[in-house]
Design a binder for this molecule. Structure first.
Ligand code: ATP
Length: 598
């Protein structure tokens, strides 16, 4: 899996490997040159040549080392960038409720921190492992050439390290996985606490939240500490084994020098190799541990692939980084959506204006398979112009109808038609292009107010934007902000009602065939209420408006009202008709009257 992230960067990886090997080769030559220096000293010869060679090795080694470092850095960043690109595409292409089911904190950590663990594993440590292994074998070969008995003593120590690897490395992998999962949980906790900070404070629940977040922080610490302990053990054993090897070589070598079997220059060169072995041994230990964290991260990143996507074109493979095709297809699909969204300025009326813009026939839908349907056998016709209001008690399935219209949810049975064409024959983008949607909780989309207003119609002109702002009584407020329309929209610089009006302005600028409005259940201020009412009335003259109505004024104005109860439509008609025929409607209206009077 890890290799699949590295494979597209094979040429860079190979160059970095060759450079690494060159650096290692130079490090391997140094002790031999040292032996040469010592031997030259013993015969009182000129030191010029060996010293020049040593200097040359130093300079070339430094230059190659620097270049390799930069190359590896770039490679690592390329891998992260590529993985992030794939993940974000997958998020944007996935089915809405599959994405919403996962915690935002977790989705964020996958893109931000898991990718960083991955990059090192897929670049530096793959190369480090190959390089370390080759250097190790090279050192051992050169040591065998220098003195075989001394090598046998050294290998004893190397064996200890290898044994330690086989026992410890699999454990590091398991623990790393747990440590990263604990980190993601912590992310989820912090994110949720910050998001609900007002509720937390107003309920004096800081302590409870603090305890909960800190218990996750403690768990993360505990898992990371376990990982640190094992890594420390691996490092200590490696270090101690190498120290031991040096002592053995020193003692045994000194004995062999005293018996005349070994020259001092050879012993020094051999010792330098044993010292030099430290490098590759440590490199191997380090890289194996990094590789384990990377593998755990890659596993978590790969889970993103299980998010079901809306269409095959958006099915970006995360672990098949070499599969550039899937990535380009998804990017093309997204940009095609952006192009399609631009409304045609004078869309010619289709020849048969009698065909309703939306028609739902016998639609049944559920969020999870094998659960009771949330909407059952729904029939609904939305004419090309006019206002259809959905009313009903909480949980009746009104928002679910909007989810069906926007194709966030697919029906289990029945057909939805847009302008007479079944949804199945249209792409998700083609369906959504017909709509503008104002959510109940009007979220802040990251960006400036201008971007928030224009992202569904980037071609809207300045005068159109100004006109819409004027109409929704927002112009004055926006003029007061430090950067006007270019002020970043935050949760605090705009009030809830103003944010709703911004969402409404965005919907108006999109000039949709159908405007969907999920009214806020909470009371909104008078200005916003009047703006909503006036907007619905104006838009409904030329196009369709479907509202989930929570206000009396909205209900009274509607041309057609559907009363929903437990997923079914139990009454439909005008206000007058329903007052006479439907008891639940009378109750609802009575409740709204009380609300309105307050
Ligand atoms: N993503 C989801 N997954 C599973 N069940 C869901 C999901 N969204 C809504 N439901 C369930 O569907 C039912 C209808 O919800 P829906 O939001 O459509 O009701 P509503 O009529 O709009 O209510 P309200 O007026 O309170 O917003 C509820 O029982 C809810 O628990």
């Amino acid at each position: 899996m890890l290799w699949s992230f590295a494979r597209p960067h094979l040429p860079a990886l190979l160059i970095a490997l060759v450079l690494g090997l060159a650096t290692s080769a130079m490090a391997l030559i140094s002790p031999l040159v040292t032996e040469w220096v010592l031997q030259t000293l013993a015969v009182a010869g000129s030191l010029r040549d060996p010293v020049l060679v040593l200097l040359g090795l130093l300079i070339v080694g430094a230059a190659v080392g620097w270049f390799q470092w930069v190359m590896l850095g770039r490679l690592a960043e390329d891998i992260v960038y590529d993985a992030r690109r794939r993940m974000v595409l997958r998020y944007l292409g996935s089915r809405v409720f599959a994405l919403l089911e996962r915690s935002p904190g977790e989705l964020v950590t996958r893109v931000t921190s898991d990718t960083v663990l991955l990059n090192q594993a897929a670049s530096t440590s793959i190369i480090g492992l190959i390089n370390g292994a080759i250097t190790l074998v090279g050192s051992i070969a050169l040591m065998a050439w220098l003195d075989f008995p001394l090598l046998a003593a050294t290998l004893g120590a190397v064996l200890v390290v290898l044994l330690c690897f086989t026992v410890l490395v699999p454990r590091i992998a398991t623990i790393e996985e747990k440590a990263q999962a604990a980190l993601a949980d912590l992310g989820t906790e912090v994110e949720g606490t910050v998001r609900s900070i007002k509720t937390v404070k107003s309920s004096s629940a800081e302590h409870a939240r603090y305890a909960s977040v800190m218990s996750h922080a403690a768990e993360s610490r505990r898992q990371s500490l376990r990982s640190v302990r094992i890594q420390a053990a691996a490092w200590t054993i490696t270090g101690a084994a190498m120290e031991l090897a040096i002592i053995v070589v020193l003692g045994f070598g000194a004995y062999r020098v005293s018996t005349g079997d070994l020259g001092i220059p050879t012993l020094v060169a051999f010792l330098l190799y044993v010292w030099g072995l430290m490098g590759p041994m440590m490199e191997l230990t380090q890289n194996l541990t990094t590789l384990q964290s990377g593998l755990a991260a890659a596993g978590r990143i790969a889970q993103i692939e299980q998010l079901p996507v809306e269409s095959a074109e958006l099915g970006v493979r995360i672990t098949e980084a070499a599969d550039e095709g899937s990535l380009l297809r998804a990017e093309r699909q997204l940009s095609a959506t952006a192009v399609e969204r631009r409304p045609e300025p004078q869309a010619p009326e289709p020849p048969n204006a009698a065909i309703p813009v939306l028609k739902l026939s016998g639609v049944t839908a559920r969020y999870e398979p094998h659960t009771p349907p949330i909407v059952e056998d729904l029939h609904l016709t939305v004419p090309r112009a006019g206002h259809v209001a959905l009313v009903g008690s909480s949980g009746a399935g009104k928002t679910t109808v909007l989810n069906l219209l926007l194709r966030f949810l697919e029906p289990d049975a029945g057909v939805i038609r847009l302008g007479g064409i079944p949804y199945q024959q249209l792409s998700h983008a083609e369906v959504r292009r017909a709509f503008a949607y104002v959510e109940q909780e009007t979220p802040v989309v990251p960006g400036t107010i201008r971007q928030n207003l224009q992202f569904s119609n980037p071609d809207a002109s300045q005068s159109e934007v100004e006109a819409v702002l004027e109409r929704l009584h927002l112009a004055e407020k926006i003029a007061e902000l430090p950067d006007g329309l270019d002020t970043r929209l935050t949760e605090t610089n705009i009030s809830g009602g103003q944010r709703q009006r911004i969402a409404l302005a965005r919907a108006l600028l999109a000039r949709p065939r159908v405007m969907l409005l999920d009214e806020a259940t909470a009371q909104v201020d008078g200005v916003t209420e009047a703006a909503i009412q006036q907007t619905i009335a104006e838009v409904a003259r030329t196009s369709a408006v479907v509202t989930v109505a929570h206000r009396l004024s909205t209900v009274l104005d509607a041309d057609q009202i559907l009363v929903m109860d437990a997923g079914r439509v139990i009454g439909r008609g005008t206000h007058q008709e329903l007052m006479e025929t439907t008891a639940l409607y009378r109750d609802l209206v009575a409740a709204l009257r009380i609300e309105a009077r307050r």
